[in-house]
Write a protein that binds this ligand. Structure first.
Ligand code: GDP
Ligand code: MG
Length: 160
């Protein structure tokens, strides 16, 4: 039957994930979406986006003083990205663990960056680093009506 929104799917924690332009070009979208699906997270939003430099400057505003900031904005706007919202128990921490470290060389095999890339400037995927930044990023990339709350019939097999 219907469930209270606050109790649904691991407390309803959501995180923002984006397959970066190199991940899209390298045909990794299915592989990466498959990893989050198999983990048991719930997909609540997904779209292919050609992001503007303006959106990306806002997305990475905390890094605006870094020497690589303009290179980063150019890279992220160099082709389409797949923007997603995944929900579940400790979704932010879980996705970051699955992604690995910022530098692929520090990422263990088995993580996404450990398995699919070598260079910090082409590191395939983004995941929010905290619940607060996840909320900011989700509202930057998605309109509320683009996030779908659906009945997950597998949740009794995923949660205790
Ligand atoms: P993330 O949260 O692991 O993605 O890492 P950060 O938030 O620290 O940095 C955001 C993104 O900026 C990274 O994913 C990389 O794409 C890029 N980046 C970080 N450090 C460097 C760097 O030293 N050089 C370049 N070119 N890009 C970087
Ligand atoms: Mg970050």
């Amino acid at each position: 039957g219907p469930r209270l929104p606050g109790r649904a799917r691991g407390g309803g924690e959501r995180t923002f994930v984006a397959v970066k332009p190199d991940g899209v070009q390298r045909r990794l979208v299915g592989e990466l979406v498959g990893r989050f699906e198999r983990k048991g997270l719930t997909l609540v939003g997904m779209k292919l986006v050609q992001a503007s430099e303006e959106l990306l400057r806002e997305h990475y505003v905390a890094l605006r003083h870094q020497p690589f900031y303009s290179q980063l904005v150019k890279y992220m706007s160099s082709g389409p990205v797949v923007a997603m919202v995944w929900q579940g128990l400790d979704a932010v921490k879980t996705v970051r663990a699955m992604i690995g470290e910022t530098n692929p060389a520090d990422s263990r095999p088995g993580t996404i960056r450990g398995d699919f890339c070598t260079d910090i400037s082409k590191n395939v995927i983004h995941g929010s680093d905290s619940v607060e930044s996840a909320q900011q990023e989700i509202s930057l990339w998605f309109r509320p009506e683009e996030l779908i709350c659906w009945e997950d019939t597998a949740e009794h097999w995923i949660y205790g």
